[in-house]
Write a protein that binds this ligand. Structure first.
Ligand code: HEC
Length: 247
C-alpha cells in the first residue's frame, strides 16, 4: 500500500526554501550553543575571580594550570613536591605550563619551582613549604630557623612588598638577605652546631642566583584588585618547564 501523501507534490522552489530555512535554523542553533558556551565560560571565570581567596599573580598561575593550591590535611612538603613533580613530568613531550604575562616572569616561575622543591640532588631546593605552607604561606606555628634562641612565629610570605626589614628583630634588610639567612643557617642545622635549629632548614640548598629567583617569586605574592586579577587570568603566555637544577 502506498501512503496517501505520497502523491502530494512539493513545488521545487518551496523545497529549496525549506532547505534554506532549515540551514539557517541549524546555523543559528550552532551559534546559540556557541554563545551559550562562551557565556558559561565567562560566568565560570567570573566565579573563579569572585570566589578567589587570594588574588596575587601567583594565584592566577595556580588556577590557570589547575594546580593544587592547598595542602591536604597532614600533607608534607615532600609529598606535595613529589605529587607536583610527577604531575609536571608526566606530560608527554616538552613540558609547558601557562603563566600570567605580567607579574609572574621567568625568574618568578623558576623561583616557584625551587620554593616548593623539597628534595633532590644538588641545589635548587627551597623546602620552603615545610613551614610556609600553602595557601597561607605559613603553617601558623613557631619554628627555630636560627634567628633567635627560641622558636618564633612563622610569618606569611604574602604581601611583603611594603616591608623595609624582615624577621622578628628586623635584622634582614631585603628579601634576598632573609632567604640567604635561611640558607646559611642550614649549615648550622646540618652540623647540629646550635641546638634547636630545625633540620628542615638544613634541607635548603640554594645558590646566590637561585636566592634571587626565589625572591622574584615572593614578589609575585602581592594581591591585586579583582579586575586586575581577571587580567592576570586572561593575559597568558606559555612557559617551558625545566626540571634540571644546577650543581
Ligand atoms: C623550618 C621552618 C622554615 C623553613 C623551612 C623556611 N622558613 Fe622562612 N621563616 C620561618 C620563620 C620561623 C621565620 C621568622 C623568623 C624570625 O622572625 O626571626 C621565617 C621568616 C621568613 C621571611 C621573612 C618574612 C618577614 O616578614 O619577616 C622570609 C622572606 C622567609 N622566611 C622566606 C623563606 C623561604 C624563601 C624559604 C625557603 C627557601 C623559607 N623561608 C623556609 C620558618 C621557615
Amino acid at each position: 500500500m502506498v501512503p496517501a501523501f505520497a502523491n502530494i507534490r512539493v513545488p521545487d522552489r518551496l523545497r529549496f526554501r525549506s532547505v534554506a530555512i532549515l540551514l539557517v535554523a541549524a546555523l543559528g542553533g550552532v551559534m546559540l550553543v556557541g554563545s551559550a558556551r562562551q557565556a558559561a565560560a565567562q560566568k565560570q571565570s567570573g566565579r573563579v575571580v569572585s570566589d578567589a581567596k587570594y588574588t596575587a599573580p601567583y594565584d592566577a598561575f595556580m588556577k590557570m594550570n589547575r594546580l593544587q593550591e592547598e595542602f591536604t590535611k597532614g600533607q608534607t612538603a615532600g609529598e606535595y613536591w613529589g605529587f607536583l613533580e610527577s604531575r609536571l613530568g608526566n606530560q608527554a613531550g616538552r613540558i609547558l605550563v601557562k603563566r600570567p604575562a605580567k607579574g609572574f616572569g621567568d625568574d618568578a616561575f623558576r623561583g616557584w619551582l625551587m620554593f616548593v622543591r623539597a628534595y633532590g640532588d644538588a641545589t635548587g631546593i627551597g623546602n620552603c613549604t615545610a613551614c610556609h605552607t600553602l595557601p597561607d604561606f605559613t603553617d601558623h606555628e613557631k619554628h627555630n630557623i636560627g634567628t633567635a634562641k627560641e622558636p618564633v612565629d612563622t610569618p606569611s610570605l604574602r604581601d611583603l612588598g611594603k616591608k623595609k626589614s624582615f624577621f622578628h628583630d628586623g635584622s634582614a634588610k631585603s628579601l634576598e638577605q632573609a632567604i640567604t639567612r635561611h640558607v646559611d643557617n642550614g649549615q648550622i642545622a646540618r652540623d647540629n652546631k646550635r641546638a634547636g635549629v630545625e633540620i628542615e632548614v638544613g634541607h635548603i640548598a640554594l645558590t646566590e642566583d637561585e636566592v634571587r629567583q626565589v625572591a622574584a617569586f615572593l614578589r609575585s605574592l602581592e594581591s591585586v584588585d579583582r579586575a586586575k586579577f581577571r587580567e592576570h587570568l586572561v593575559d597568558v603566555v606559555v612557559q617551558p618547564v625545566e626540571l634540571e637544577f644546577s650543581e
